[in-house]
Structures are given as structure tokens and as C-alpha cells.
Design a protein around this ligand. Sequence first.
Ligand SMILES: [Zn+2]
Length: 120
Amino acid sequence: MSVLRVPDPAAALRDFVARVSPYDPEPAAGPVGSVDVRTGDGVETILVTPHLARALAEALAGYRDRADRGTCASCGGRRLDENLHCADCGRLHGVLGEVIASQAERVRLGEPAGSGDAAP
Ligand SMILES: [Zn+2]
């Protein structure tokens, strides 16, 4: 069972339209298309004006997924965890990820904390 809240897509689009429509420079322009959102409650059609089309395109192009941590330099995979550890090839990325992995390896080997590369 998913613990993530799933927003109502039709409500999200209605809210977006309400936020951008006051700034439409050509409010009398006819729609250039429409978006049908099918949910358990039925179908909602949202008319897409030229201004809304530009706003949607800009918003979608600017979206970055919260789980997007870039691309693995070794294998090109996109599944980097919060420690920048590649789930596909195992490479660690970033200074913090390397330090955490190095410290974990020292603990695993039974070496004292603080020994190794970082000690002067
Ligand atoms: Zn990788």
C-alpha cells in the first residue's frame, strides 16, 4: 500500500488554470486544444488557450522529480539513492557519499573512527 498522497489531477489542473488565467495577454483567444482528465468521478475537460499551453509547457519543462539525483557517471543509470549510491552499478557519487561509504567500510573492518584519508 502506498503511503504517498495522490492528488486529484483534475483539481490540480483547475488550480493551475486559476493561477495562470489572470495573466492571459489574449483572453479572447479561442482554445488550441483540450485536456480530458478521467478519474473515478468521471471526465473533466479543460480547454487549453494559447497562454495556458505556454504555461503548461513551461511548468512541465521546469519540473524536476524529487528522486532525480542526476545520472550515474559510470553506467548512466538514473537510480541514485539519497546517498548518491547507484542502484544499478554500485558507484558512489558526491563527496558526502564517498565519506559515508569510507566510514562505513572502516567500521566494517573494525578500524578506529577518524582513521584513514581525512586524518592529518
Ligand atoms: Zn551506475
